[in-house]
Design a protein around this ligand. Structure first.
Ligand SMILES: [Zn+2]
Ligand SMILES: [Zn+2]
Ligand SMILES: [Zn+2]
Length: 334
């Protein structure tokens, strides 16, 4: 069973992929499918002795280039479509333990270049409307393989959260004549109170209306609709700041903070999205303290309204302090 069904109440598409139940779950390190294949060792997904960054199609995909027909017949009330699109796995390095925070910036910049290539390649397919680059890190966010890696989903339509952001940005543009994310960058730069780190091209801050206590948005300081609009120095600046923020997370409570990293950029459906798409990464750790997670419960799941028990101005300060203790350059005034 691999199909997409539309929720008649919200209009949102959901993906169904029953075969994913059987996927590899937290294998021991010597059976890691994302490590290089060692001479005499078990075969892995990557038949190479060493590599820099590797991308391959997910063996347990929710979206595929040539999907099977749905198992059920659709109707006007219950639309069903084949799961067309792509799911890719991006393995960050051959080293089983080398995460974003520990790599050198040049290596992270090569990862950014790979992301940009995949965005262009997948976005160029007729059936792909949105390329979503993300990383789940840590068992708390459902990671099934520890080897540092991210994923790319290529969807046949713009998914709900980017859709909402684009609609809000379009309304803002009509009303004010400006990009809302550009306005946010200007506002955050004005007093630095929520800024966690910054460099010449990117700004990292806890959003004014953050959903999660240690949520950080990493935003291009100039209007760039996608990774393809960044110059090489800007890609390096993105790599450096991403690395600094993740290293800051690792020093906040003294263990690698589980998080979801989501990249939002322009849809690839040939619509007119340049003026309202502004490249940004949203990092959402689930922890609200060293030993407590923020669970999505009644208000969040049932009403879609987040309750945050912390002040973004305070958590930004805590993140800056953690980075300062660790000697991570933040460029933030504080
Ligand atoms: Zn591994
Ligand atoms: Zn903008
Ligand atoms: Zn966003």
């Amino acid at each position: 069973m691999t199909e997409r069904r539309r929720d008649p109440l919200t209009g949102e598409w959901r993906m169904f992929a029953r075969h994913r139940q059987d996927r590899t779950f937290l294998p021991p390190e010597d059976h890691c499918p994302l490590c290089p294949t060692r001479p005499g060792g078990p075969p892995t997904e990557i038949p190479l002795a060493d590599f820099d960054v590797v991308v391959f199609e997910n063996r347990f995909p929710s979206l595929v280039a040539e999907p099977p027909s749905p198992d059920v017949a659709g109707s006007e009330l219950y639309p069903v479509t084949p799961s067309v699109g792509a799911n890719e796995v991006v393995v960050y390095s051959a080293d089983h333990t080398l995460g974003l925070a520990d790599m050198d910036a040049a290596r992270v910049a090569r990862l950014v270049a790979v992301w940009a290539d995949r965005y262009a390649e997948l976005g160029g397919r007729d059936e792909v409307a949105y390329v979503f680059i993300f990383e789940n890190r840590g068992v708390a966010v459902g990671v099934t393989l520890h080897h540092p890696h991210g994923q790319i989903y290529a969807y046949p339509e713009i998914p709900p959260r980017p859709r909402l952001e684009l609609d809000v940005a379009a309304a803002h543009l009509v009303r004010h004549g400006t990009c809302v994310v550009c306005d946010v960058v200007g506002r955050e730069r004005a007093d630095d109170v929520r800024v966690v780190a910054r460099n010449r091209s990117f700004l990292a801050f806890v959003p004014f209306a953050a959903r999660f206590p240690y949520e950080v948005h990493l935003v291009s300081q100039r209007h760039a609709a996608s990774l393809l609009d960044l110059t090489d120095p800007e890609r390096l600046a993105l790599a450096e700041l991403l690395q600094a923020v993740v290293a800051g997370y690792d020093h906040l409570f003294g263990f690698p903070l589980p998080y979801v990293m989501s990249m939002h950029q322009a849809p690839t459906d040939d619509g007119q999205h340049q003026a309202i798409s502004h490249l940004h990464l949203e990092l959402t750790p689930l922890h609200r303290s060293a030993d407590r997670l923020k669970f999505l419960a009644g208000s969040e799941l049932g009403a879609g309204a987040f309750v945050n028990d912390t002040a973004p101005e305070d958590t930004a300060g805590q993140l800056r302090a953690a980075m300062a203790r660790a000697g991570i350059f933040t460029g933030a005034a504080g």
